[in-house]
Design a protein around this ligand. Structure first.
Ligand code: AHR
Length: 507
C-alpha cells in the first residue's frame, strides 16, 4: 500500500512542480503620475489586403449578411464595444499605389485594378473614400488617411484632402456633395507616405526627408480642423530614417515607426498555432523588444525635439506568422491565440510606460489580417484573444499612468529569460486605479503582492494551452472571466494563473 502511495506521489510530482507559484512583488508609485495615455494608442490599421475590408467589414448593402449601409452589423457592434479611437487607411503598401479617384462616385462605374502587393487580386474599389470615412464616423473613430507619395503627385494629395474636408463651393467639394456627402469629413491625421524605406518607394533617407517636406507642404485641410501630419520614419532596429527625418524632414506632428513580432526570423517566422514552448518564449521576448525601439527612437527625437511636441506613432505593430495551410497567398490571414493576447498586452503596457512620446499606435490589422481583432468566415464572426485584451484595456484609454516596478520571479526557456510578470497601473477617467497584470510564464502561476491596500475586481483571460484560441466551431473557447485580488498581510495580492492577462480595478 505504501509503495502504491509513493508511486502515486511520484507520478503527481511534475504536476505539483508545475503548479508551484512564483513570488513576485509589485510597487506602484501613485505619487508620480505620467502624461495621459493617449487613447489613440488603441488604434487600428485597415488596409486593402486579403479579407480585411472586403467580407471583413464591407459586404455591400445587398448582402445576405446583416449590414448597416453595407458594413457588417456584427463587426460594427464589436468595434464600437472596444471603442476604436482611430483607424488608419488605405495602407500600408497599398497606399502608395492608390489613386483616390478610383474610389469615389457610383460603385458600378469605379475602375477595377490589380492589388499587386497583396495576392494580385482584383480590387473593384467598392470601398473607397466615402466608405472609409463613413465607417470611421459609424464606429466613432478618428480618420487617419495615408496619402500616396510613391506614385502620385502632391497635387493629387492636395485635391484628395480638399475633396474630403472642404466646406467651400469648390468643384471638388461640390463633387463630394454630388457623391452623397454634404458636410466635409473630419480628417484628424494625414500620413505622408508609408514605409518610404521599402514598399513606399525604396527611398534613401535624405530623399524621403525631402519628399516629406514637399508633400507635407501641400497636404492641407482647413486650419480649424487641426489635422496632424505624420512623417514616415523607421522600422525595427534601423534608426537611420528616424534620425534623418527628425533632422531634415521639415515640419510634422508625428513620426511613424513600424515593428512586427515574429517568433523566429522574418523569412522563417513560425506558425500561429501548434508552436513549441521555445516559440512562446521567443515571441514574447521579441514583443518586449518594442520597448528598446521606443526608447532609442525617443532618444533620437529628444535631440531634435527636446520639448517633445512631436509624437511617436507606432502605426503598424503586431504578430506576423507563416501563412497557414490552405490560406490564400498574400492575404496574411492567421489564427490568433493566447500568445497573441500576451503580445498585445505587453505592447500596450510598454506604450503606457512611454506616454510622454508615444501618442498613437495602430495594431496590424483590424480584421482577418495579421494580428486581427476579429476573424470572419462568410456570415460567421469570431472575436480573438487580442480583441478581448483591447476590450479589457478600455479603462486605460485616456488614463493617467503611474510607474510600476516588478521584482522577484523570472521565466527561462533555453536562452530566453523573461520576467514572470509585467504590470501597468493607471488612474482611469472614472477615478479608479486600474492594474493590468500579465503572467508571461506558460507553466507557473505567480503570487503577486503589491504595495497597495484595498480590494480589486476585474477579469482575466487565460487558457489551458499556449495556443488556446477561438474558432468558428468554438467561438467562446477563450474569453475573459471574473478575477479578483486577495490580501497578503494587509497588502493587495493576486494569484495569477500561468499564461494570463488580467485587468482589475482597485477599490
Ligand atoms: O501590414 C502589412 C504590411 O506590412 C503593410 O502593408 C506594410 O506597411 C508593412 O510592411
Amino acid at each position: 500500500m505504501r509503495r502504491i502511495l509513493l508511486s502515486l506521489v511520484l507520478l503527481m510530482l511534475p504536476a505539483l512542480a508545475m503548479a508551484q507559484s512564483v513570488n513576485v512583488s509589485v510597487n506602484v508609485d501613485t505619487s508620480k503620475p505620467g502624461a495621459e495615455i493617449s487613447r489613440h494608442i488603441y488604434g487600428q490599421f485597415v488596409e486593402h489586403l486579403g479579407r480585411g475590408i472586403y467580407e471583413g467589414i464591407w459586404v455591400g448593402e445587398n448582402s445576405k449578411i446583416p449590414n448597416i449601409r453595407g458594413y457588417r452589423s456584427d463587426v460594427v457592434a464589436a468595434l464600437k464595444n472596444i471603442k476604436v479611437p482611430v483607424m488608419r487607411w488605405p495602407g500600408g503598401c497599398f497606399a502608395d499605389l492608390y489613386d483616390w479617384r478610383d474610389g469615389i462616385g457610383p460603385r458600378a462605374k469605379r475602375p477595377v485594378r490589380v492589388n499587386v502587393h497583396w495576392g494580385g487580386v482584383t480590387e473593384d474599389n467598392s470601398f473607397g473614400t466615402h466608405e472609409f470615412l463613413n465607417l470611421a464616423e459609424l464606429v466613432g473613430a478618428e480618420a487617419y488617411v495615408s496619402i500616396n507619395v510613391g506614385t502620385l503627385t502632391p497635387y493629387d494629395a492636395s485635391q484628395w484632402l480638399e475633396y474630403m474636408t472642404s466646406d467651400s463651393k469648390s468643384s471638388l467639394a461640390n463633387e463630394r456633395r454630388r457623391n452623397g456627402r454634404a458636410k466635409p469629413w473630419n480628417v484628424k491625421f494625414v500620413g505622408i507616405g508609408n514605409e518610404t524605406w521599402g514598399c513606399g518607394g525604396n527611398m534613401r533617407p535624405e530623399y524621403a526627408a525631402d519628399i516629406q517636406r514637399r508633400y507635407a507642404t501641400f497636404a492641407n485641410t482647413p486650419r480649424d480642423m487641426g489635422t496632424l501630419k505624420i512623417a514616415s520614419g523607421s522600422h525595427d532596429d534601423n534608426y537611420e530614417f528616424a534620425e534623418v527625418m527628425m533632422k531634415n524632414g521639415g515640419r510634422f506632428d508625428g513620426l511613424s515607426v513600424h515593428y512586427y513580432t515574429v517568433p523566429r526570423v522574418f523569412r522563417d517566422k513560425g506558425a500561429a498555432t501548434g508552436f513549441p514552448e521555445a516559440e512562446w518564449a521567443s515571441t514574447l521576448d521579441h514583443a518586449r523588444h518594442v520597448e528598446t525601439i521606443v526608447t532609442k527612437t525617443a532618444e533620437i527625437m529628444d535631440k531634435y525635439d527636446p520639448a517633445r511636441k512631436i509624437g511617436l506613432y507606432f502605426d503598424e505593430w503586431g504578430t506576423w506568422y507563416d501563412q497557414g495551410p490552405g490560406s490564400t497567398p498574400g492575404f496574411l490571414y492567421q489564427q490568433n491565440t493566447l500568445r497573441d493576447a500576451e503580445v498585445a498586452a505587453l505592447h500596450l503596457n510598454i506604450f503606457h510606460r512611454h506616454t510622454d512620446r508615444v501618442k498613437m499606435a495602430n495594431i496590424a490589422q483590424m480584421i482577418n489580417v495579421l494580428q486581427a481583432m476579429i476573424l470572419t468566415d462568410k456570415e460567421k464572426m469570431v472575436l480573438t484573444p487580442t480583441y478581448h485584451v483591447f476590450e479589457m484595456y478600455v479603462p486605460f484609454q485616456g488614463a493617467t499612468p503611474y510607474p510600476a516596478s516588478v521584482s522577484g520571479g523570472g521565466y527561462k526557456n533555453g536562452d530566453t529569460s523573461l520576467p514572470s510578470v509585467d504590470v501597468s497601473a493607471a488612474r482611469g477617467k472614472d477615478g479608479k486605479l486600474y492594474l493590468s497584470l500579465v503572467n508571461l510564464d506558460p507553466n507557473r502561476p505567480a503570487h503577486v503582492v503589491t504595495n497597495l491596500s484595498g480590494t480589486a475586481k476585474g477579469r482575466i483571460l487565460t487558457g489551458a494551452a499556449m495556443d488556446t484560441r477561438n474558432t468558428f466551431a468554438a467561438p467562446h473557447a477563450i474569453r475573459p472571466v471574473p478575477f479578483s485580488g486577495s490580501s497578503d498581510n494587509g497588502k493587495l495580492a493576486f494569484d495569477l494563473p500561468a499564461k494570463a492577462v488580467a485587468v482589475v480595478a482597485v477599490e
